[in-house]
Write a protein that binds this ligand. Structure first.
Ligand SMILES: *[C@@H]1O[C@H](CO)[C@@H](O)[C@H](O)[C@H]1NC(C)=O
Ligand SMILES: *[C@@H]1O[C@H](CO)[C@@H](O)[C@H](O)[C@H]1NC(C)=O
Ligand SMILES: *[C@@H]1O[C@H](CO)[C@@H](O)[C@H](O)[C@H]1NC(C)=O
Ligand SMILES: *[C@@H]1O[C@H](CO)[C@@H](O)[C@H](O)[C@H]1NC(C)=O
Ligand SMILES: *[C@@H]1O[C@H](CO)[C@@H](O)[C@H](O)[C@H]1NC(C)=O
Length: 396
């Protein structure tokens, strides 16, 4: 090689090196920008509903909750993309109002499942009041298009009396009177549940957050009912222990209904969420409920603060309600830390009537049970979901 040729070869090699370095740097910078601008890469919310990849936590600055929600609302995929539908079977109290409003906001701002219906039961209050409250909550959210089915008025055989924990009307006793007649579906909740399980076969998620009478009736009328569901989340019962020796409220309200559910449950279809586990792992303080969650400036939070005013004034510093915990974990499974398969049941006779049994080593488990959950994720989830409305109002 001549000396001139050698010089050209060196210069060529250096140029190629510079080009490679520039290309690589540009590629790297563009990826960093993607991560920064794409809100879907931040946080876990809604991951279960449309199989998003695991969130990337890279990037110099993370979106705040508010950024995340606003961007997400504009860029997220179509809410019904994955086709999941939701029914909330509830007993009309302020805790049910949390579960319902949360699901409505999650559908609207986080591409959550489409709410197909509310089915009502007695529990916190009587069933007619649960219908009034359903309509009131839907109206608050401008979602009076969601159908309401009237369900069971009493336990199958016998239960316990309501404790009116959230007031005599279930929503804080502020003297509300329904002004308009309430349109309810022509068939009973159990029939409605069966119909919806056929219409949305494989895609229907049910949150059962009251006594289980409607669910037990649907199972009894149609033994294939549970098999057609995507998932049934049951907020009822305790894991029996020294700290939780008494029956849980929803289970005790209709032990026979719980028994029918447990007897027909399948580990791939039924998720049990015992209140004992929520109480220990998803608890916040009333202070947080009032000063942080309750301070969000939105019409829904203002209304919820009123609905909970009776229970928030009750003694104790802990805020740990079952229904919103069930809803949050059903909507975002990443809040759940540990499941355990169990042969779950309930005692019907004797002084332990209404107390649950669990065999975690059973070779024939009938359900999967939520054993522990992440409280920080839960609180962030609540905060983000309820901030979504105020955020959208600000940005619209
Ligand atoms: C419902 O609609 C009314 C009237 O359009 C509006 O003022 C209110 O903010 C809406 N509520 C929600 C929760 O979107
Ligand atoms: C249901 O409860 C409401 C509120 O406590 C009460 O006004 C109403 O009379 C009750 N209805 C029935 C049928 O018991
Ligand atoms: C439920 O399904 C049955 C049979 O298909 C039908 O007759 C009935 O009208 C349906 N009811 C509702 C409320 O969808
Ligand atoms: C929640 O419950 C756990 C276990 O009982 C307890 O250690 C923790 O202090 C509770 N948290 C609050 C905020 O009360
Ligand atoms: C739990 O299930 C295991 C395995 O099926 C069985 O050997 C054991 O007796 C059961 N325990 C109780 C208390 O029923």
């Amino acid at each position: 090689m001549s000396p001139t040729k050698k010089v050209f070869t060196y210069i060529g090699a250096i140029l190629i090196l510079i080009l490679l370095l520039t290309g690589w740097t540009l590629f790297f910078l563009s990826r960093r920008n993607d991560t920064k601008n794409n809100p879907e890469l931040h946080g876990d919310m809604g991951r279960n509903w449309h199989n998003q990849p695991a969130p990337l936590r890279a990037g110099p600055k993370r979106c705040t909750a508010q950024d995340y929600i606003c961007c997400h609302a504009e860029t997220g995929p179509n809410p019904s993309e994955k086709g999941l539908k939701l029914v909330i079977d509830h007993d009309g109290g302020a805790d049910d109002a949390l579960a319902i409003t949360m699901s409505i906001l999650f559908e609207k701002y986080f591409n959550g499942p489409k709410i197909a219906a509310l089915t009502t039961t007695y529990g916190n209050i009587n069933q007619s009041q649960a219908i009034v409250n359903s309509a009131r909550i839907l109206k608050l959210c401008n979602r009076s298009d969601i159908p309401i089915y009237a369900g069971a008025k009493h336990a199958l055989i016998s239960g316990i009396e309501s404790d009116f924990f959230f007031g005599f009307d279930g929503l804080g006793d502020d003297g509300y009177v329904a002004m308009e007649p309430i349109a309810i579906e022509s068939v009973n909740a159990a029939v409605g549940l069966i119909n919806l399980s056929k219409k949305y076969e494989g895609d229907l998620v049910i949150m059962a957050i009251g006594p289980l009478t409607n669910i037990a009736l649907a199972i009894t009328m149609d033994p294939d009912f549970i098999g057609r569901l995507s998932q049934l989340y049951v907020g009822a019962g305790h894991i029996y222990s020294e700290s939780f020796p008494e029956p849980e409220f929803n289970a005790a309200m209709d032990p026979e209904a719980y028994y029918i559910l447990a007897d027909n449950a399948r580990v791939d279809k039924v998720t049990i969420i015992p209140y004992s586990q929520v109480y220990v792992s998803l608890n916040a303080t009333k202070k947080w409920r009032v000063n942080v969650l309750g301070a969000i400036d939105s019409p829904i939070i203002k209304a919820l603060n009123g609905y909970e005013r009776v229970s928030l004034a009750s003694p104790g510093r802990v805020w740990s309600l079952l229904d919103p915990a069930v809803a949050a974990m059903a909507l975002d499974n990443s809040i759940i830390k540990e499941y355990r398969n169990t042969d779950n049941g309930i005692i019907l006779c004797g002084d332990k009537r209404g107390v649950n049994t669990n065999n975690f080593t059973s070779k024939n488990p009938n359900s999967r049970l939520v054993y522990t959950a992440f409280v920080k994720k839960y609180k962030k989830f609540l905060f983000d979901v309820y901030s979504a409305s105020s955020c959208s109002i600000k940005h619209s």
